[in-house]
Design a protein around this ligand. Structure first.
Ligand code: FAD
Length: 468
C-alpha cells in the first residue's frame, strides 16, 4: 500500500472550487498533503460568484430606497434621486472578480495546484481533466461540486431565468415575477422592489418560507406587501409564453400575470450527473445527492463529498465546516464527525428575518410544555420617519428545563442579532440567563433580555391584542 500511495499524483483531488472545496483543499495542503483542485467555471463557487456575496451587495444597494425615504425626517434633503443599475451591477461584478482573485491566491499560496477545467471520475482514484484531455490520480477524491438551479417543468419553461441570470442583467426590468417560496425568491423580490421594480411573488402553496416559524412567515409576507410586493399564493403555473418584450404566466385557475422577466427560484439540485459517480456505483439519494456518513465519506471508501452536493444543509458556513471536519479527519489524524444542530439562518429581505433553533410549531411537537415570549414594537429608528414597520422578536422555551429552544427575529439587523444569540442557544442558555443579562440600551435586541411576560393565548374578547 505505501508504494501505491506514493505512486498517486496527489494525496487529494478536489472537484469544485466553491466554499467547501476551497476550504478542504487549502487546509489539506497546509497540513502537508499534495493537493489539486479542478474548477469548471470560476474559483469561489456559488457563494462568491452568484450567491451570498453578490446577493447581499445587491440587497445593500436596494436598502437606500427606504433610507432616502426616511432621510427627510432626519433633516436631510436632496435635489434629485436617480438609480443607475449598470453602476450597481458593475461594482458588484468588480468586487466578485476581486474576491475570485483572493480565493485563487489563497489556494496557490497553500501550494494547491488549480486546474481550470471540468473534472470527471473514471475510476475511484482517477480524474479526467476535460480541458487538458488528460488524467491524474489521487489517493482521496473530494466531490464538492455544489448544485444548480432548476425551473418548473411547464410549457414555455425556456422563458424562465434563474438567480444566476439575475446577476448578469444588463438593464433593470420594470417588472419581475418571481416564482418560488424560499429564501432566494424572497430576497430577490425584496431587492428588485427596493430598486423600484414592480414585483409579483408567485407560489403554489399557502405561505412563503416553509420551515421558518409560522408567525414570522406571516409577518414577513405582510411586510413585503406593505412595500408594494404583490404575493400570489395558491397559484399553480400552467404555462409561460413570450408576450411582447416580456413573458406572461398562465395559471391553472385561468388567471395570468405579465412581467418583463420571470425568475424561477424553485429549488436547486446537486451537481452529480455526468461526473462518473453513477458509473462507479457511488450511492446517490432521491434528488441525486451524494449519500455520505458522519465523516462525509461516500459509499466508496476513498471518495468523500461536502457541501451542497450532499444536500445536508445548503449554506456556505455548513459547507466550510464539513470541509474542515474532512481535513481534520483525513490529514490531521483527528477523526471529526459533522454535527448539524443549531444552524442559524437568515432571509436578507426588507424586513430581514433570522432564526436559530426550533420554531414554535416544531417545539410544540417535540416538547411537552412550551412557553412563548414575544415582543412587537416600532424600532426607535422608525419613529421620526413615522414608518409603521414593526420589529418582532420571539423566544421559544422548554417550560420544564427553561432552556431556550429557538430565537426568531424579524426586522432591522435580524441576522446580526441572531448570529450572536446562536452562541448562547447552542450552549443551552436558559430563559433565566437571558433575563439575568443586562440590556444594552437603546437597541432593538435589548428586548430579548427584557421579556418578562409569558405569552398567553388570546382570550376571545373583542379588541384583545394577540401579539401584545
Ligand atoms: P458551490 O459553492 O456551488 O461550488 C461548487 C463548484 O464546483 C462550482 O464552482 C462549480 O462550478 C464547480 N463544479 C461543479 N461540477 C464540476 C466539475 N465536474 N468539475 C469542476 N468543477 C465543477 N448560503 C449562505 O450561507 N448564505 C446566503 O446568504 C446564501 N445566499 C445564496 C444566494 C443564492 C442566490 C444562492 C444560489 C445560494 C446562496 N447560498 C447562501 C448557498 C451557498 O451559496 C451554498 O450553500 C454554497 O456555495 C455551497 O458551497 P459548495 O462548495 O457546496 O458548492
Amino acid at each position: 500500500e505505501p508504494d501505491r500511495v506514493a505512486s498517486y499524483d496527489y494525496d487529494l483531488f478536489v472537484i469544485g472550487a466553491g466554499s467547501g472545496g476551497v476550504r478542504a483543499a487549502r487546509l489539506a495542503a497546509e497540513l502537508g498533503a499534495r493537493v489539486a483542485i479542478a474548477e469548471e467555471y470560476r474559483v469561489g463557487g456559488t457563494c462568491v460568484i452568484r450567491g451570498c456575496v453578490p446577493k447581499k451587495l445587491l440587497a445593500y444597494g436596494s436598502h437606500y430606497h427606504q433610507l432616502f425615504e426616511d432621510a427627510g425626517a432626519y433633516g436631510w434633503s436632496f435635489e434629485e434621486l436617480r438609480f443607475d443599475w449598470p453602476a450597481l451591477i458593475g461594482n458588484v461584478q468588480a468586487e466578485v472578480e476581486r474576491l475570485e482573485g483572493v480565493y485563487k491566491r489563497l489556494l496557490e499560496n497553500a501550494g494547491v495546484e488549480i486546474f481550470p477545467t471540468r473534472a470527471v471520475l473514471t475510476d475511484p482514484h482517477t480524474v479526467h481533466l476535460a480541458e487538458a484531455d488528460r488524467s491524474v490520480t489521487a489517493k482521496t477524491v473530494l466531490v464538492a461540486t455544489g448544485g444548480h438551479p432548476i425551473v418548473p417543468d411547464v410549457a414555455g419553461k425556456e422563458h424562465f431565468i434563474t438567480s444566476n441570470e439575475c446577476f448578469q442583467l444588463e438593464t433593470l426590468p420594470q417588472s419581475v415575477a418571481i416564482v418560488g417560496p424560499g429564501y432566494i425568491g424572497v430576497e430577490f423580490a425584496s431587492i428588485f422592489a427596493g430598486l423600484g421594480v414592480d414585483v409579483t411573488l408567485v407560489y403554489r402553496g399557502k405561505q412563503i418560507l416553509r420551515g421558518f416559524d409560522d408567525e414570522l412567515r406571516m409577518r414577513l409576507a405582510d411586510g413585503l406587501r406593505a412595500r408594494g410586493i404583490e404575493i400570489c399564493l395558491n397559484a399553480d403555473i400552467k404555462a409561460l409564453a413570450q408576450d411582447g418584450d416580456g413573458v406572461s404566466i398562465a395559471f391553472m385557475d385561468g388567471g395570468a400575470v405579465h412581467a418583463d422577466k420571470v425568475v424561477a427560484a424553485t429549488g436547486r439540485v446537486p451537481n452529480t450527473a455526468g461526473i462518473g459517480l453513477q458509473q462507479l456505483g457511488v450511492e446517490l439519494g432521491w434528488n441525486g445527492h451524494v449519500v455520505v456518513n458522519e465523516y462525509s465519506q461516500s459509499s466508496i471508501e476513498n471518495i468523500y463529498a461536502v457541501g451542497d452536493v450532499t444536500d445536508r444543509a445548503n449554506l456556505t458556513p455548513v459547507a466550510i465546516y464539513e470541509a474542515q471536519c474532512f481535513a481534520e479527519t483525513l490529514f490531521n489524524d483527528t477523526p471529526t464527525m459533522v454535527e448539524h444542530t443549531f444552524i442559524p439562518t437568515a432571509v436578507f429581505s426588507e424586513p430581514e428575518l433570522a432564526a436559530v433553533g426550533l420554531t414554535e410549531e416544531e417545539a410544540r411537537e417535540k416538547y411537552r410544555a412550551v412557553d412563548i415570549y414575544k415582543a412587537a414594537f416600532r424600532p426607535l429608528k422608525n419613529t421620526l420617519p413615522k414608518r409603521e414597520q414593526q420589529m418582532f422578536l420571539k423566544l421559544v422555551i422548554d417550560a420544564e428545563s427553561d432552556r431556550v429552544l429557538g430565537c426568531h427575529v424579524l426586522g432591522p439587523d435580524a441576522a446580526e442579532i441572531v448570529q450572536m444569540a446562536a452562541i448562547a442557544v447552542r450552549l443551552g442558555v436558559t430563559k433565566a440567563q437571558f433575563d439575568a443579562t443586562r440590556a444594552l440600551h437603546p437597541t432593538v435586541s435589548e428586548e430579548l433580555v427584557t421579556m418578562r411576560h409569558r405569552w398567553e393565548p388570546p382570550t376571545p374578547v373583542a379588541g384583545s391584542d394577540a401579539a401584545a
